[in-house]
Design a protein around this ligand. Structure first.
Ligand code: PMP
Ligand code: GLU
Length: 390
């Protein structure tokens, strides 16, 4: 059988693969804790779920307009206005099956074969594969644990080539939790615009910023430079709606139109029921986010203090998202020579699944998601500590 060459440019999603392995062990009756995949442990808030039930009862179960029903596009405009004071129009918005599909469709619209796509390291595991799938070359922008994984204009300048077409900027970052302030975001955007680079700002964790000083969005600069910037977001993390698959893009109407053209050929419209749930989420009060965010903050503080106390482990304190990304390279030894081996050891010995940093471009690190209950987190960290030090 001869399958398409493009498949060789893509690896399976590492996050989903490790999670599948943990689930497989769980199904065999082994008591495994997964800190591997990043998704809120909270149920979707009731008022959102109720809107979906109502949609089913009212038979709102047909295809809809490809970019989204008018109410959801307006509700997303309401989100940008309420959260950031940014005035967008429905023609600037398209929804997709999660932030993931929005990102992919946007890359399809922007990247030609051979274009360079700048990706700060560490990166969310799907970025390089998506960039390669659309024919681009992922070009990595290195950072280090010493500077807290934050990239500077100098770092970008070094990675820039005349073929650079797109910069993927993720704040708060998965996996590092690095969050750029408004000033830092604007400085990076200015640099990119002046180089004629298009910036895709992935803000799917924008509601999970633990220090208000770092609350920022590329949407503010987008108002001024709509031909150079697009913002990706989703209801997945903010409203505990990972399974509903509802993401959105804010962009110039010409880009939205092209994304709609592609989506119309590839996917058609997004689940009609999820759209009604999304309208309820975005048009109601956002108070349901606060207790989830508080829980994530508490777990971050606890897990960061605990892991920082482990000898030989360097763990920067993240300002956002729900991951810790410690450098564990000083622990490498004959028993586990690298991060994947360390992760296999932890799964076998501690029965805890965590992600090797290789999946995010930094093989000295591991990623732990703290989007699990306080008790589960404490149990998992105690088991890891025991496996590593006792
Ligand atoms: N961007 C980042 C940085 C992510 O971590 C994720 C993972 N959920 C996504 C995009 C995609 O989100 P969604 O689940 O809405 O597709
Ligand atoms: N974004 C989450 C993670 O990184 C979900 C899994 C995925 O979509 O890759 O764990």
């Amino acid at each position: 059988m001869k399958l398409a060459n493009r498949l060789s440019r893509v690896k399976p999603s590492a996050t989903l693969a490790v999670n599948a392995k943990a689930l497989e062990l769980k199904n065999k009756g082994i008591d495994v804790i997964s800190l591997a995949v990043g998704e809120p442990d909270f149920p979707t808030p009731d008022h959102i779920a109720e809107a979906a039930k109502k949609a089913i009862d009212e038979h709102f179960t047909k295809y809809t307009a490809v970019p989204g029903i008018p109410e959801i596009r307006s509700a997303i405009c309401e989100y940008f206005m309420r959260v950031y004071g940014v005035k967008a129009k429905p023609e600037n918005i398209i929804i997709g099956n999660g932030g993931k599909q929005c990102l992919y469709n946007l890359l399809l619209c922007l990247v030609d074969d051979g274009d360079d796509v700048l990706i700060p390291v560490p990166y969310w595991t799907s970025y390089p594969d998506m960039a390669a799938l659309v024919g681009g070359n992922p070009v990595f922008v290195p950072s280090s644990v010493e500077n807290g994984y934050k990239i500077s204009i100098e770092d970008l300048e070094k990675a820039y080539t005349p073929k650079t077409k797109v910069l993927l900027l993720n704040s708060p970052s998965n996996p590092s939790g690095v969050t750029y302030s408004q000033q830092e975001t604007d400085a990076i955007l200015h640099w990119a615009i002046q180089k004629n680079i298009f910036v895709i700002a992935d803000e799917v964790y924008d509601q999970l910023v633990y220090n208000d000083e770092y609350k920022s969005t590329a949407a503010k600069m987008w108002l001024q430079y709509p031909e150079h910037i697009a913002v990706i977001n989703a209801l997945s993390k903010s409203f505990a709606m990972t399974g509903w698959r509802l993401g959105f893009t804010l962009a110039h109407p010409a880009i939205i139109k092209e994304m709609g053209k592609l989506q119309g050929q590839i996917t058609s419209s997004i689940c009609s029921i999820a759209q009604k749930a999304g309208v309820a989420a975005l048009m109601s009060s956002y108070d349901c986010i606060a207790p989830m965010k508080e829980a994530f903050r508490r777990r971050r503080d606890y897990a960061h203090a605990e892991i920082s106390s482990w000898e030989g482990v360097i763990c920067p304190k993240p300002e956002g998202a729900f991951y810790l990304f410690p450098d564990v390279s000083r622990l490498f030894c004959d028993k586990y020579k690298n991060a994947p081996e360390l992760c296999t050891y932890l799964l076998d010995e501690a029965k805890v699944a965590v992600m090797p940093g290789d999946a995010f471009g930094l093989p000295n690190c591991i990623r732990l998601s703290y989007a699990v209950s306080d008790e589960t987190l404490a149990k998992a960290l105690a088991a890891i500590k025991k496996a590593l030090y006792c």
